[in-house]
Design a protein around this ligand. Structure first.
Ligand SMILES: O=P(O)(O)OC[C@H]1O[C@H](O[C@H]2O[C@H](CO)[C@@H](O)[C@H](O)[C@H]2O)[C@H](O)[C@@H](O)[C@@H]1O
Length: 262
């Protein structure tokens, strides 16, 4: 094969920055947040891709950072948690919210507690700076949950509501997975690379748009309307894609070493 065919003739390799959602993308959706199961080989497979991507790999999720650390142990990846409310940068530094917003989110969660009294199967998930109200186990209460969340958030315009899979969440206004992706892309080792964001839910749309506006691509898992330019079928395919992107990065790196730009 010629250099033209291999793309190796002094062409700069397309360095990728890979970002992924967690629930429904790296792991299958489960009945309750604490029930998700991580494929045993997933952390090792991600570690391999991280190395090949020169560490340009991050998780952007609605979960909290320490929850992701728990599930992907022993990895401590760059993570944006609670829909952009918290962020651990690649250098390990943590960006936290104003404590007043954290307290306000706690107060909002407390206003939802009466919903739990009758054991209907609803779950209030408290996070630093965000709150999720889950109705997966009681879908007949979807509308009631939306009304309750709107009511709980009504007096505090520092929060906005977003709907996900059988969940309604309050997150700090102005923060999203899109703002998180943009923040990572301003920093090493992500800056200057082509962002790829993989996600499955409506809250991933901001990050699809951000990745595409920055010259990259959004990849949506499953059906449904989306701004993402590409789709992927299922969680197993996401695992294979992450491995594949790592392999492409490693191959491009080797080609660049063998054929440095003139
Ligand atoms: O941004 P993600 O990583 O996709 O996180 C979004 C929310 O995921 C979790 O809830 C969802 O997954 C649960 C476990 O599969 C499922 O029971 C629930 O119905 C889903 O909505 C998580 O609990 C939330 O905190 C995340 O914001």
């Amino acid at each position: 094969m010629s250099d033209v065919e291999t793309g190796a003739a002094g062409a700069a390799p397309a360095h990728l920055a890979v970002f992924t959602d967690f629930d429904g993308t790296l792991v299958e959706i489960a009945e309750r947040p604490e029930d998700v199961e991580v494929a045993p080989d997933l952390p090792e497979s991600i570690a391999d891709a991280v190395e090949k991507l020169d560490s340009a790999f991050a998780v952007i999720t609605g979960r909290e950072i320490d929850v992701i650390d728990h599930y992907l142990s022993p990895l401590h990846l760059p993570v944006a948690g609670a829909h952009g409310s918290q962020r651990r940068r690649a250098d390990g530094a943590i960006e936290e919210l104003d404590p007043e917003i954290v307290e306000a989110a706690d107060a909002l969660a407390r206003r939802l507690e009466p919903l739990l009294a009758d054991n209907l199967g609803l779950i209030v998930e408290r996070k630093r700076g965000a709150v999720a109200l889950h109705y997966r186990q009681a879908p007949e209460f979807e509308q009631a949950c939306k009304v309750a969340m709107r009511e709980a958030a009504r007096f505090d315009d520092r929060f906005e509501l977003v709907e996900g899979k059988m969940v309604i969440e309050a997150r700090p206004r102005g923060l999203s997975k899109g703002t998180a992706l943009r923040a990572f892309m301003r920093e090493k080792p992500f800056a200057g690379r082509i962002p790829v964001f993989i996600g499955d839910d409506t809250t991933d749309e901001d990050a699809f748009i951000a990745a595409q506006e920055l010259g990259g691509v959004g990849i949506k898992l499953g059906a449904g309307p989306t701004a993402a330019r590409m789709r992927i079928a299922d969680v197993a395919s996401v695992h294979a894609l992450i491995q594949g992107l790592g392999d492409i990065a490693a191959r491009a790196g080797r080609a660049a070493e063998q054929h440095p730009p003139a």
